[in-house]
Design a protein around this ligand. Structure first.
Ligand SMILES: [Zn+2]
Ligand SMILES: [Zn+2]
Length: 372
């Protein structure tokens, strides 16, 4: 028996669909048949070789939803509850966090554990079927598997995708709470989800800054009170607009989710004195930027925080929140199109060009009601 998977052979080479033999299962391993795999901005970075050390050839796809197809012995979810064939599951892409190193034990910063590996990013095709752009994914022993919470459909779970736990981490780092004025820089999936989560956290006002208009309209549907287009404003005008909405002071908390270094000094200046600035969007090295340490940092008494990656708690809590608040917003509108494995290059091109908000791959075929 063989299985088809989409592979990035090397940086800047188009994705190829290749056949792989179905793997032999070691004890406590499992196979998941993939219903949905996200096409994330990270996958565009992988295609362009922007993640140093990524092991090509590589099967992308770090956020996945599917059904449990085979197990070797007893396989359990992250809490030790036995799983059954046919269960609808997802799993944490991060695998191998050691909980024994200095970062895990002393700094309690598990996302900086040097032993952590990530499905679809730091595992390559030579390591196995360890990415979701494949008909089946090999779940190694120790992978943190989670059944979808009651009320959470696979479509809703993949709508949350990678952006939801990433945004959850940022909102948590920013300690967004009741009464806060929150600015979100960026209207990609992470910015949109951060806006929705800030709203659910009780923010007094959520202001999303981004482009194009289609995404800003979606930001409003996902809880933003105000949107500011970067297409028809200057940095000075955006700063004025934020101040006008916040009593002249600026945001209590600003969350950066743009990927653009230029957004950083702008975001610092949009945040009020003694406010909090959270950086989540600088996932790859897009270069340096200048700011004034006296005006933008020291004198402002600014609290700058950053996040790297997610851990199990972010996935777990954000998926439960999504199930609980599934009717609060039209979450699934973030998915612009569904693609087959053979359309992976098209999906990547659409994400890279910003023609879609979110693209979802269906390695086992697009079902009729999904459109696309
Ligand atoms: Zn560790
Ligand atoms: Zn991602």
């Amino acid at each position: 028996m063989n299985c088809k998977a989409a592979v990035i052979p090397a940086p800047n080479q188009p994705v190829e669909v290749r056949e792989f033999p179905l793997p032999h299962l070691e004890p406590c391993a499992a196979l998941m048949r993939v219903t949905y795999s996200e096409v994330c901005g990270t996958d565009v970075h992988l295609l362009h070789g922007q993640l140093p050390g990524a092991p090509y050839p590589l099967i992308p796809g770090h956020i996945n939803v599917g059904t449990l197809e085979a197990m070797s012995g007893e396989v359990t979810d992250a809490f030790g509850e036995p799983l059954a064939i046919g269960d609808t599951i997802t799993f944490l892409d991060v695998h191998g966090t050691c909980h024994n190193c200095w970062y895990c034990l002393v700094a309690k910063a598990t996302t900086r554990c040097p032993h952590r590996k990530v499905y679809g990013i730091t595992y390559g095709a030579d390591d196995g079927l360890l990415g979701g752009w494949s008909e089946v994914v090999y779940l190694k022993p120790g992978v943190k598997i989670m059944r979808l919470p009651a009320g959470l459909t696979p479509e809703l779970a993949i709508a949350g995708g990678c952006a939801l736990p990433t945004a959850f981490h940022a909102v948590e780092r920013g300690q967004v709470g009741l009464g806060d004025n929150v600015v979100i820089q960026g209207s990609g999936p992470v910015g949109l989800m951060a806006g929705a989560l800030a709203r659910l956290s009780g923010a007094q006002q959520v202001i999303v800054i981004g482009a194009p208009r289609l995404r800003l309209d979606l930001a409003r549907k996902l809880g933003a009170d105000h949107v500011i287009s970067i297409e028809d404003t200057s940095p000075e005008e955006r700063l004025e607009a934020v101040r006008a909405l916040t009593g002249g002071r600026g945001a209590d908390i600003t969350i950066e989710a743009t990927g653009s270094p230029r957004a950083i000094p702008e975001g610092m200046r949009m945040t009020r004195d003694a406010g909090v600035y959270v950086v989540v969007g600088q996932y790859t090295d897009a270069g340096p930027v200048e700011f004034n340490p006296h005006h933008d940092l020291n004198r402002k008494h600014l609290d700058v925080r950053a996040t790297w990656g997610i851990d199990f708690a972010h996935m777990y809590k954000s998926l439960h929140a999504l199930a609980r608040f599934r009717d609060a917003f039209p979450w699934e509108e973030i998915i612009s199109a569904y693609y087959t494995l053979d359309q992976a290059n098209e999906a990547l091109a659409d994400v890279a060009a910003g023609r879609v908000v979110k693209a979802v791959l269906c390695p086992n075929g697009v079902r009729k009601h999904q459109g696309g």
